[in-house]
Design a binder for this molecule. Structure first.
Ligand SMILES: *Cc1c(COP(=O)(O)O)cnc(C)c1O
Length: 352
């Protein structure tokens, strides 16, 4: 039997807006542009996100409402991170020696216009039961895999019993040490974080949840409640934020967001340079912008609020941290270092 809280999130999700005609009843949009864009790149906006758009405006609407510029991106690639190339079995990308990415869900709380998997968003049919088992077998047969990162789609949009099945199968593999879940639910469908979901996740600890949040406007009474419920139950939360042109590409906004997250007991994990995804070029920021933001945080803001700024390299090179250049000179006997205020210091090296 489904509980009341479970009925609530499913109902909200089922009422998602997927057509331009429907959207225009609630927000002023160019219907033709939205229609044309969403033929190529589907739209999905649930009522919670719609409400957020109405309350907060462009910081949210730009993330979810189709933009005609998506159709004239000449630079982006379908699969810039070469996830398919590095995929030994459907749904799994095995790039790093000790961990895998496992796409166990094809459903999202709402579709982000800058999605890394824009090639799949709203189109991918998901894994069959056989493919899911094949993925689990792959992890079981590879003793080097210590860390399984569940993503999708959004793993937290699976039904409770289906998610529990996946978690228990993976937890049963002796060499898997930690399970990670990547999710957008906390900021796009926070009512999904129900007491029964939390009870399930807790059983398979250590489970880390990294959630996607791009702007302080995404912190609401509902998302706060979802975060508290998880953290109070011992689930470790991290955040991932993508730098997005004219949405959050500004030190003040990012610093505010990181501080707010810390107050909620969420450890900022990654700030990501936007991936080179076809249809998202208008969201990309210059790398200097990210470096500038990191420079304005380090030293001025609690070290705990400082995530890594990373570029996930096109071509499948993986994530590389981009760090402002604090080392001005490094020689056999000393290092010349610039500190956060721009002053220069010398650190003498020990003998070789
Ligand atoms: C991001 C990513 C991971 C996880 O990387 P971490 O730096 O450990 O967070 C693992 N596999 C793939 C394919 C990824 O893209």
């Amino acid at each position: 039997m489904d509980s009341k809280v479970n009925i609530l999130w499913k109902k909200i999700l089922s009422q998602s807006i997927v057509s331009a005609e429907e959207l225009q009843k609630y927000v002023a949009v160019n219907v033709n542009d939205v229609k044309k864009t969403s033929v190529t790149y589907p739209m999905q906006i649930n009522p919670y996100v719609l409400q957020l758009i109405k309350e907060k405006g462009s910081s949210i609407s730009k993330q979810y409402i189709p933009d005609i510029r998506e159709l004239d991106d000449k630079i982006g690639m379908e699969d810039p991170l070469a996830e398919e190339r590095d995929s030994p079995v459907p749904g799994i990308t095995h790039r790093y020696p000790d961990r895998v990415l496992f796409l166990v869900s094809n459903v999202c709380p709402s579709i982000c216009r800058f999605c890394t998997r824009k090639r799949k968003a709203g189109k991918w049919k998901g894994l069959t039961k056989e493919q899911l088992m094949q993925g689990i077998d792959y992890i079981r047969n590879n003793v080097n895999i210590r860390d399984v990162l569940l993503s999708g789609g959004d793993p937290l949009l699976l039904q409770d019993d289906h998610l529990e099945f996946i978690l228990s199968e993976i937890r049963n593999i002796p060499h898997v040490e930690i399970i990670r879940i990547g999710t957008r639910t906390i900021t796009a469908l926070p009512m999904r974080i129900t007491p029964s979901l939390v009870r399930i996740i807790k059983k398979y600890n250590p489970v880390f949840i990294n959630f996607h949040i791009n702007h302080p406007d995404e912190i609401t009474a509902e998302s706060r409640a979802a975060i508290s419920l998880l953290v109070d139950n011992g689930i470790v939360l991290g955040s991932q934020t993508v730098l997005l042109r004219s949405i959050n590409d500004n030190a003040e906004i990012i610093i505010k967001l990181m501080r707010e997250l810390l107050k909620l007991r969420v450890r900022p994990y990654y700030i990501l340079q936007a991936d080179l995804v076809k249809g998202t070029d208008h969201f990309r920021t210059r790398v200097e912008k990210g470096i500038e933001i990191m420079k304005k945080m380090r030293g001025f803001v609690s070290g705990l609020a400082n995530p890594y700024f990373v570029i996930d390299l096109p071509g499948g090179g993986g994530k590389v941290p981009v760090i402002p250049d604090y080392i001005k000179n490094l020689s056999a006997d000393k290092v010349i270092v610039e500190n956060y205020t721009g002053d220069i210091y010398t650190y003498p090296q020990p003998k070789e």
